[in-house]
Write a protein that binds this ligand. Structure first.
Ligand code: CP3
Length: 341
């Protein structure tokens, strides 16, 4: 198996910078669209053969150094008694929304058999892949926002109303989601994933004061439970104000968005392994401008103990497969020894 990605997760610098992309399987890719025309997104996630095929598309087409399981962060909510739908051009819908303490009784503990398709997909992939497989979950806080808002949100009014009017019940909700997340990640690890990433997409809506109260303790609990299993990556965008809290987390890799200077992040995260952080929309620009920025990130990323190249968020639907492939080739061929000549 190609081991550059796992080496970098463990703080060892491989001969070249490994690269993969968040949302590397998706609608920007004609091969994905071809399957997507026949099935809706959830059917694709729930059919192991299809989910495995789609997971492998970017490995074959782009030659990235890691695969990420084709699924969604909202999948476990279905196994907790909620209804999850993906409505075209509208995004996800979770129902019924849970907005008060009295509504917590809707939630059931995670029923693993209901999401057995995830573990079956992992098993198929382990036979087929020659790169490491990344499993994932949302953080309990990010999951809570979907469950409370009933889907995506711009202002998170319902989430914040819940937190600040019933803080004790919000903690109860976080306990439930933390248990489910731990169980879900452990089961993916048991099935054989080589690393896991926690997506904390919305923690950046909290003040540092409230991140410390409502988010961090639950992350710490999960991180502790997973310690000495597989490498753990924490992705949290929009969080420059939270760095002092985030750096306390004992994860293997911090995944950064493009709003931070990766050189500064090296210092702020005590030179620990970093992942990131190209603005995904740079990829819509002219090729020389794209590669200029990729090169800068590669060079600046050398400040860290090890660096995994990624985007600062998911691949945008308008991205050209050719440009992504050129970025991967450029990264694989880049030789640091030649930089100072
Ligand atoms: O990265 C990968 O290639 C693996 C698969 C993956 C998906 N979603 C597939 C997906 C992963 C890791 C996710 C994580 C996810 N899902 C996050 C965290 C990362 C982030 O973006 O911050 C979030 C917030 C979600 C929730 C979600 N899923 C939304 C808001 C949407 C709708 C927006 C959109 O782009 O359609 C989805 C749908 C979704 N998840 C698609 C894919 C490929 C598009 C489905 C389709 O084909 O219509």
């Amino acid at each position: 198996m190609r081991d550059a990605f796992l080496k970098a997760c463990k703080g060892v610098r491989p001969p070249y910078t490994p690269v993969w992309f968040m949302r590397q399987a998706g609608r920007y890719m004609p091969e994905y669209q071809k399957i997507r025309q026949k099935y809706d997104f959830l059917t694709m996630c729930k059919t192991p053969e299809i989910a495995a095929e789609v997971t492998m598309q970017p490995i074959k087409i782009l030659d990235v150094d890691a695969a990420i399981l084709f699924s969604d962060i909202l999948i476990p909510l279905e196994a907790m008694g909620l209804k999850v739908e993906f409505i075209n051009d509208k995004g996800p819908e979770v129902s019924p929304p849970v907005r008060t303490g009295s509504e917590l009784k809707i939630l059931r503990p995670l029923e693993l058999p209901a999401i057995d398709f995830v573990f079956k997909t992992i098993k198929i992939l382990l036979k087929e892949l020659d790169v490491p497989l990344i499993g994932f979950s949302a953080s309990p806080f990010t999951l809570a926002t979907y469950l409370i808002e009933g889907g995506s949100s711009k202002d998170f009014i319902n989430t914040k109303r819940f937190i600040f009017s019933e803080p004790e019940n919000f903690h109860n909700l976080m306990e439930i989601l933390t248990d489910a997340t731990m169980q879900y990640l452990l089961e993916q690890i048991k099935a054989g994933v080589h690393a896991v990433q926690i997506f904390d997409t919305w923690a950046g809506i909290l003040s540092p004061y409230d991140y410390a109260i409502f988010c961090k303790p639950y992350l710490k609990k999960i991180i502790e439970k997973l310690s000495s299993t597989v490498p753990l990556i924490y992705f949290c965008p929009n969080t420059s104000g939270l760095i002092n809290h985030i750096k306390d987390l004992e994860v293997d890799v911090f995944s950064l968005d493009w709003r931070v200077d990766i050189k500064e992040a090296c210092l702020n995260f005590d030179y620990r392994p970093l992942q990131g952080n190209l603005d995904p929309l740079v990829l819509l620009g002219r090729e020389d401008e794209v590669l200029k920025r990729v090169k800068t990130i590669l060079i600046d990323g050398r400040c860290a103990k090890s660096h995994i190249f990624n985007l600062g968020h998911g691949v945008n639907i308008n991205t050209s497969v050719d440009v992504l492939k050129k970025v991967v080739d450029f990264i694989h061929e880049f030789r640091f020894e030649e930089v100072n000549r």
